[in-house]
Write a protein that binds this ligand. Sequence first.
Ligand code: ADP
Ligand code: MG
Length: 176
Amino acid sequence: MSLTFDPVPMAPPPTTVTQAAIALGSNIGDSAAILKNALKALDQHPQVSLVCHSSWYRTVPVGPAQDDFVNGCALLETELAAEALLQLLLSTEQDFGRVRLEHWGPRSLDLDLILYGDQVIASERLQVPHPRLAERSFVLTPLAEIAPQWIEPTSGKTISELAGLLGEAGILERIA
Ligand code: ADP
Ligand code: MG
């Protein structure tokens, strides 16, 4: 039996591009520079492109006493599945020197996956929408700047509505 090969080059498999929202935070080192460089690093991934980012905010830390945070959010378009995107976020945290010492303690870089299209994911490693989204002004305030009409699929409310319900307690100043 002889094998025959199709002379027509195979078309690449179709790709699905999903919009994702991420939250960034830092309170060790030159936080503003770390957050900007983390976005550059994510944008360099072949299956991720940075759409836009919010202003940066100085915010009150949650958890043990520690320095103020710098927080912001970004929108990405990605061909990565949600789990693979989380993996990229966690490895980017490591690249920027994050060491996990204490829960909710200080960190040079925290990257959280907030929304992934309209998907609801509840696996052991990944919960999307981020389960504490509705109680975090340091996520909702910047996210409402760049994605006010995005519907959070578990509540059915827009980001703008959720931000309005929570208010801006904990937001100290808009940096830039
Ligand atoms: P937090 O961001 O709440 O302060 P960590 O950054 O220490 O907590 O995250 C701890 C773990 O949370 C990660 O290892 C990850 O597996 C898990 N996790 C679950 N859902 C998410 C999500 N949507 N975004 C980021 N991490 C998540
Ligand atoms: Mg995190």
